[in-house]
Structure formats: C-alpha cells, structure tokens
Write a protein that binds this ligand. Sequence first.
Ligand code: GLN
Length: 242
Amino acid sequence: MSQNSLRVVWVYPDLLSTYGDQGNVLVLERRAHQRRLDVQRLDVRSDQQIPTSGDIYLIGGGEDRPQRLAAERLRRDGGLNRAVANGAIVFSVCAGYQILGHEFINDLGQREQGLGLLDVVSTRGEGERCVGDVLGDIDPQLGLPPLTGFENHQGVTHLGPSARPFARVRFGNGNGTGDGTEGAFNETVFGTYMHGPVMARNPHIADLLLKLALDVNALPPVDDRWYDALRNERIAAATQPA
Ligand code: GLN
C-alpha cells in the first residue's frame, strides 16, 4: 500500500462494464471508507496506460468485440502482468475473467491469447448461453458465505492445475463445464462469471480483497443489513426459478 492510501484501479470501464460491474468499484471504495481507509481510485480507459503500482485491480465483463479489443490492449500494455508480478490483487468478472486466462474464443471465432494470469482456458459453449441467477459455495479456504450472482455468457472455462475453483454451484452454471465449478483463483488473482454487481451481492468478497491488500486477517465489522436484504432476495430468486 502506497503512503497509507489504497490504490484501486478500475481497468477499461469504456470496454468492460456490463450488468452493473461498475458497482464493484463503488462497493470496494465504500467498504474501505467505512473502515476509515483512504482510497485512491483510478479509472483507466483503454487508451491509457495501466499503472503498475495499484493494490487492487478490478475488471468487468463485456460483449465479445470489446473483449477482444481489451485483450489486445492489455497484452500490448503489459502493465497488469507487471502489477501482478509486484504482488497486486486482481478481481475479474466474465469477459475480464476470460481475458486473464491463457486464451479464449473471440468475436471472430478465433483463439485469442489472454494474459496468462490465471491457469484457465475458455472455449465457446456449444449449448445454450448460460443465463440466470446463480447460487454457490465459495472455496472454504476463503472463508466466505455463499455466492450469489447473475451469469450471462457463452464461453465455457476450463481450469488448469494451478487454478482452484472459486466456488461450486448449487444453482446455475458457473464455468459451464458441467462439473459444478464457478470461477477460478490463485494467490492473488480471482475470476468469476458473476455479475450483479457481484460485490453488492457479496460484500465479503470486497472485504477479502481489502484484507489481502492490507495483509490483515480481519476488518472492523460494518452494517450489512441492506446487503443481506439483497442477498436474501437474490438467493430466493435463484432457488425458485420462474
Ligand atoms: N463474451 C463473453 C461470453 O459470452 C463474456 C460475456 C460477458 O462478459 N457477459 O462468454
């Protein structure tokens, strides 16, 4: 953390921010402020350089074409890989998650190289798009309550040996491989298919990232009443499909 200010970088809001993924930055900032932490938020558009000194990087989902453009620019830029090499934490959603892997299928139907920050490979699902509310159990190692989110993707993501599934689904598809896994993570890099925005539905994920960035085991509690109300509503929606 630089000079007592937590640097949060929101990567390419102009290309990657579907289904309210911007909410992740807002929730992360808010929960940091509630703990009296000073936050420096940097929104980095796709025509700007990715700073390498951030503590936490957030990347959202996107349509297929912006996803390809974002991958091209991130590869050329190289800043995100350097930041991770420096120990930065990255949390990515859907298209962002696919970009962090080794490769994915782009809007032209071609294999597009990712950043290789997560040991995953994404292909194009042959079946119907995965769309709807999801409920899952996050890897017990992370100590978080159940995961709720909304998914909308055609891509299917396969995990390699050095990526752990972020969660196991009870309802919904997640990675779409049929093995019940959802998302992936390693020591500092996280990927999920969950929109919602996922941190509004799962504020403990924001807290997890803050704890990792601050290298602390616990944070002062905050009032989660409104989050809990949203969680309960969306969990009910996932378990009682229309
Ligand atoms: N284009 C990707 C897919 O359909 C990601 C979509 C998204 O980010 N919502 O798999």
